[in-house]
Design a protein around this ligand. Structure first.
Ligand code: FAD
Ligand code: NAI
Length: 463
């Protein structure tokens, strides 16, 4: 009889956990996955990436119809919002995709153990009545919303991203606390559907972590689209009276307070790792100051045979980072060499246009040494111009001596798709000259990447 019930037990079925489980099973390991939700797929499929993109796509088309973009193309329409149907297609997308993971688990013979997992010891996890043992255990429990002290989320007037995806009517005035990715994506959804949206951001600029010029230009574009910003401002309290909320705001540097009325307040000030209730101490594990589980580059924790991946460990909280770590951890457990290059993880904000980047910001690159920078405006890209998509630019940062590409940033309608070629080029150690001399199909938005690379070389054609 086998010493353990399973070779691998994964806790959490988000993009980190479900991918790790499937890859481990593909490699011949007897695998199970513990998940407490009713459906598989974690934050990403249930309440994150997928439902937010369903609402972003639908609201984008509504906005094109309502605000004249389609009329410019010679299509006159007066759209009528059917919000229940918009929600129904979101729910359907989630149902299809979470069901797809259940199918993949069956196909790969991964057992889904339903319930919350807690460590008994380094090889044993308790799930409800069931005690499960495994040679290797992968913690992939993800993250949940960071609360604002003193502010209670009721999912009606004060909502987090989950509540903001499900609003039953378009708010008159939505105040978004936090000008990060969630605030801008979900603020954009409700702005497009007719809400007045005000975004309160503690820092002096939105989108922390993005390239400085990209942050400034994004701010301009969102303002043009009707989102109002209160930068360098902190929310010190939110009081609910009947069906309205009153926010108290103060300048971040201190000063006179002001109030702001809203009928929906979205709290989107970041996310924190999920480790509560895991009883990590029973396995000899602890968390760092930020509540994360630390691992080495193979994703093994300080306890041999316990591994961790995704939002629960340090690094950007992104689904594709979690997925790649899921593949790598399974390969490492199976005795192969699984590696993730954390220097090349693209980030995308799925607004219109999309905002995307990979590698170093110009600021970070300049701190490391001399750089060359090439830029190309989307206004000069023939496809973007033809499609009436003039906003944005591509920017490439290369090492001044070696010409090796250090970072690529763009604001462009299909920026999230365009950034993949930049990530691949950087993964292969490309120089800006390599990109400049790669033939790009015409007319495509991606030609702006080639032209930005030519600008690094000092010889763009179309500007
Ligand atoms: P999660 O997806 O959080 O999954 C963890 C799972 O573990 C959960 O299902 C949870 O129920 C389960 N779990 C936790 N503890 C236990 C336990 N003790 N026992 C059993 N089960 C447990 N990222 C992108 O890259 N692109 C996007 O477009 C994007 N959009 C987003 C939009 C929103 C609104 C939000 C909130 C997030 C978005 N993200 C996006 C981030 C992305 O969702 C996360 O980075 C990703 O889901 C992390 O994957 P994970 O596997 O680490 O954890
Ligand atoms: P975030 O970290 O992106 O942004 C939070 C913002 O809130 C920051 O700008 C911060 O300065 C600000 N802030 C913090 N406290 C504040 C306060 N008291 N008052 C005003 N502003 C305050 O976090 P967000 O948007 O909640 O997203 C969480 C995570 O989910 C991110 O790490 C992101 O990677 C992931 N995500 C990714 C998406 C994507 O890839 N497209 C989409 C949505 C979420």
């Amino acid at each position: 009889m086998a010493e353990y019930d399973f070779d691998v037990l994964v806790i959490g079925s988000g993009p980190g956990g479900y991918v790790a489980a499937i890859r481990a099973a593909q490699l011949g390991l007897r695998t199970a996955c513990v998940e407490s939700r009713e459906t598989l797929g974690g934050t990403c499929l249930n309440v994150g990436c997928i439902p937010s993109k369903a609402m972003l796509h639908a609201s984008e088309l509504f906005d094109h119809a309502a605000n004249g973009t389609m009329a410019k193309l010679g299509i006159k329409v007066t759209p009528e919002l059917d919000l229940p149907q918009m929600h129904a297609q979101r729910v359907d997308a989630v149902k299809q995709l979470t069901g797809g993971i259940a199918f993949l688990f069956k196909k790969n013979k991964v057992e889904w153990i339903k319930g919350r997992g807690a460590f008994v010891d380094a090889h044993t996890v308790q799930v409800g009545e069931r005690t499960v043992t495994a040679k290797d255990i992968v913690i992939a429990t993800g993250s949940s919303v960071t609360a604002l002290p003193g502010v209670t989320i009721d999912q009606k007037i004060i909502v987090d991203s989950t509540g903001a995806l499900e609003l039953e009517r378009v708010p008159e005035h939505m105040v978004v606390i936090g000008g990060g990715v969630i605030g801008l994506e979900l603020g954009s959804v409700w702005r497009r559907l007719g809400a007045k949206v005000t975004c309160v951001e503690y820092l002096d600029q939105i989108l922390p972590g993005f390239d400085g010029e990209i942050r400034k230009e994004s701010n301009k574009i969102f303002k043009k689209q009707g989102i109002e910003f209160k930068l360098s401002t902190k929310v010190t309290g939110v009081a609910v009276n009947g069906d309205k909320a009153t926010l108290t705001l103060e300048p971040a540097a201190g000063g006179a307070a002001e109030t702001l009325e809203a009928d929906v307040v979205l709290v989107s000030i970041g996310r924190k790792p999920n480790t509560d209730g895991l009883a990590l101490e029973n396995a000899g594990l602890s968390v760092n100051q930020r509540g994360q589980i630390e691992t080495g580059h193979r994703f093994e924790t300080s306890v041999s045979g316990i591994w961790a991946i995704g939002d629960v460990i340090p690094g950007p909280m992104l689904a594709h980072k979690a997925e790649d770590e899921g593949i790598a951890v399974a390969e490492n457990i199976a005795g192969l060499t699984g590696i993730v290059n954390h220097d090349i993880i693209p980030s995308v904000v799925y607004t219109w246009p999309e905002i995307a980047g990979v590698g170093l910001t110009e600021e970070a690159a300049r701190e490391k040494g001399e750089v060359k920078v090439g830029k190309f405006p989307m206004m000069a890209n023939s496809r973007a111009k033809t499609n009436h998509e003039p906003d944005g630019f591509v920017k490439i940062i290369a090492d001044a001596k070696s010409d090796r590409v250090l970072g690529v940033w763009c604001i462009a309608v299909p920026g999230g798709t365009m950034i993949a070629q930049a990530a691949q080029a950087m993964e292969f150690g490309a120089t800006s000259e390599d990109i400049a001399y790669t033939c790009h199909a015409h007319p495509t938005h991606s030609e702006a990447i080639k032209e930005a690379a030519m600008a690094v070389q000092g010889k763009p054609i179309h500007i």
